[in-house]
Design a protein around this ligand. Structure first.
Ligand SMILES: [Zn+2]
Ligand SMILES: [Zn+2]
Length: 285
């Protein structure tokens, strides 16, 4: 179990899946294996020697000050998805959740950096043929722009997500629309990080002089610290995503925040360090 302390808050990674040997151009069309592997610090934790990527799907639980929040609850089980690696899965996510000492009924808030299929899945589970909320006592936070974007049925690659993972939450009265810069608890603050999707946000955690940043998908892989111009295949507005990525890497490097990469594998927590004109990720041991 990977767990980090940020002042009064404990942040735990709950892993749904980790996939090695992914050809980089599948997710980062401008990347090539040899160029990835040239950044020696990404091997072996985040890529193999041929530059094939390892990517993780994980949620972060934040506990402390009487709160229990869950950020980006992954793909989920039994969801019909166009991506074969996400389609109709049966991952032991809730079992791992329990192993981490967490229980769905204890979650008071579910935070979504954005509404892609791999960030909302566990919000619902299939019971007697219908999708019902998993975190029955939690407020589920959405930004208005993101909700609007997700509701459109024509988002390629994100078909069905609103119907099976968002609408049941709205119907159950568990949804709250919050500003993109909302404060959602003591020291817990959203920051708009648009580009990957229109209403994308990241989450700052601050307590007792310590700071962490949960990225969401403004970057997908640590190699994008060194190659921040590399777009991800799902970036809706790739140019805006590039501007956001640089801005946030700069902020994280300046403040020395603990950086939690939502899709970072193996060792997802570390510090962003300046490296000339670009950056590198220094994982915690
Ligand atoms: Zn995404
Ligand atoms: Zn994602």
């Amino acid at each position: 179990m990977q767990r980090w302390q940020v002042g009064d808050y404990t942040i735990t990674s709950v892993v749904e899946s980790e996939t090695p040997r992914i050809p980089p151009e599948l997710f980062l069309p401008e990347a090539r294996g040899e160029r990835v592997a040239r950044h020696a610090w990404v091997v072996p934790d985040y890529a193999d020697a041929r530059g094939r990527l390892t990517l993780r799907v994980q949620a972060f639980a934040i506990e402390g000050r009487g709160r229990c929040l869950l950020v980006d609850p992954c793909v989920g089980n039994a969801k019909p998805r166009v991506q074969p690696f996400w389609n109709q899965q049966s991952w032991p996510f809730l079992e791992r959740f329990a192993e981490a000492g967490l229980a769905p009924a204890r979650v008071d808030t579910v935070v979504h950096t954005h509404l892609h299929a791999d960030h909302v899945g566990w919000d619902t589970r299939l019971r007697d043929g219908s999708w019902v909320p998993t975190f029955e006592r939690a407020r589920h936070l959405y930004t208005a722009r993101e909700l609007e974007w997700c509701r459109k049925s024509e988002n390629p690659g994100n078909e069905g997500v609103y119907a099976d993972s968002v609408a049941p939450i709205v119907d159950a009265g568990l949804a709250d629309v919050v500003p993109e810069d909302a404060t959602i608890g003591e020291g817990l603050r959203l920051e708009p990080t648009p580009g990957h999707t229109p209403g994308h946000v990241s989450l700052w955690v601050e307590s007792r002089g310590e700071t962490a940043l949960i990225s969401g998908d403004f970057l997908h892989h640590p190699v994008q610290c060194a190659e921040p111009q590399w777009a991800e295949v799902g970036d809706e507005d790739a140019e805006l995503a590039r501007v956001t990525r640089r801005r946030m890497l700069e902020r994280a490097a300046q403040g020395g925040a603990l950086f939690l990469g939502t899709h970072f594998a193996t060792r997802p927590a570390g510090r962003i360090r300046r490296d000339g004109e670009v950056f590198r990720f220094e994982a915690l041991a």
